[in-house]
Design a protein around this ligand. Structure first.
Ligand SMILES: [Zn+2]
Length: 323
């Protein structure tokens, strides 16, 4: 179990972590965990992104799978992805299921969506009555739609956890889930949430054969962009969001510049830098860490910095990033 020492996440600590990384040999397994002082304190910022899970699909990085919370004025308004292990971090961060406006899924790979049933199970104890939006990609031949995924999990007819089916029924004790299946081929932005001070748009990206979305979140003059997992073929993403100047661009740290890396799934570091530069990102937050990238983090960051001159932060489980 992680011991939380007094250490708020900030740029200085990030640079210290990177200095530690550059001191390590290229074939050393590196642990960049930066424990938060108090993981429940992130909510005290007017607007903050808290990373619940900063890992990828392989267990060797000792991190929860992709998951993030957007805190606005003390409420966990958005949950973005729900990877494996998010359930534990969700509790450690002090997140309340009653606070969510929406749950946004970038795609239905296990490292982004397999924690959802545990969080819905948790939510059944929250006494929430207000409905809850869940947005995710529409399906393809290889992948279910978000609706089909929820049916397979909690559907009344054949869902594995069908005791939770009241989430999908009207007039029941559990909050009604309103599911949006977002077209992952359509160019441009697709508005999925616009209420009070919070606007969310989805945008299709390319992640090999996986229907995948990025999300653009705007609140109180701040903009966050969650890239999802995306390859260099995501031209629609760059063209549509060119010069958006996001305060925080959240992207994956999944591959290196080496030959043979899965570039059909993920942008390599050079491409990450070009993307951050094209969007005029104020800050790039790297998450979805995989060992093959972390082991070479100084090289990865140098390749990003060829195009992108802004700060590069390293996410950790429970790290807090105020805006
Ligand atoms: Zn992933």
């Amino acid at each position: 179990m992680t011991t939380f020492t007094k250490r708020p996440f900030n740029l200085g600590s990030t640079l210290a972590a990177l200095a530690m990384l550059s001191a390590c040999s290229a074939d050393t397994t590196v642990d960049t965990k930066v424990p938060a002082e108090d993981p429940t304190a992130c909510r005290d910022n007017p607007i903050a992104l808290q990373v619940l899970g900063s890992g990828g699909p392989i267990a060797d990085d000792h991190r929860a799978g992709a998951s993030n919370i957007l805190w606005i004025d003390g409420k966990a308004r958005l949950l973005i992805d729900a990877g494996s292990g998010a359930f534990v971090r969700y509790g450690e961060a002090g997140v309340d299921f009653n606070d969510h406006d929406a749950i946004l899924l970038t795609h239905l790979h296990g490292d982004h969506a397999s924690g959802l049933p545990a969080l819905l199970n948790n939510g059944a104890f929250a006494a929430r009555t207000e409905g809850l939006t869940i947005a995710g990609p529409a399906g393809s031949e290889q992948f279910p739609s978000t609706t089909a995924y929820l049916d397979a999990l909690i559907g009344k007819e054949g869902g594995a956890l069908r005791y939770l089916h009241p989430y999908l029924d009207d007039n029941t004790a559990l909050p009604r889930l309103s599911v949006q299946n977002i077209d992952s081929q359509k160019p441009g932005l697709q508005r999925i949430w616009d209420k009070d001070d919070l606007k969310v748009d989805a945008i299709a990206v390319h992640h090999l054969d996986v229907p995948t979305l990025a999300y653009v979140v705007r609140t109180q003059s701040k903009t966050l962009i969650f890239s999802g997992d995306q390859s260099f073929l995501s031209e629609n993403f760059v063209e549509t969001l060119s010069h958006t100047k996001p305060d925080l661009l959240i992207m994956h740290n999944a591959i290196t510049m080496a030959d043979g890396q899965p570039r059909g799934l993920h942008r390599d570091p050079q491409s990450l830098g070009e993307t951050a530069a094209a969007l005029d990102a104020q800050t790039l937050l790297l998450t979805h860490h995989m060992q093959r990238a972390i082991k070479l983090q100084n090289e990865v960051n140098a390749a990003i910095a060829e195009s992108f001159g802004g700060p590069i932060l390293m996410a950790d489980d429970l790290s807090c990033h105020p805006l």
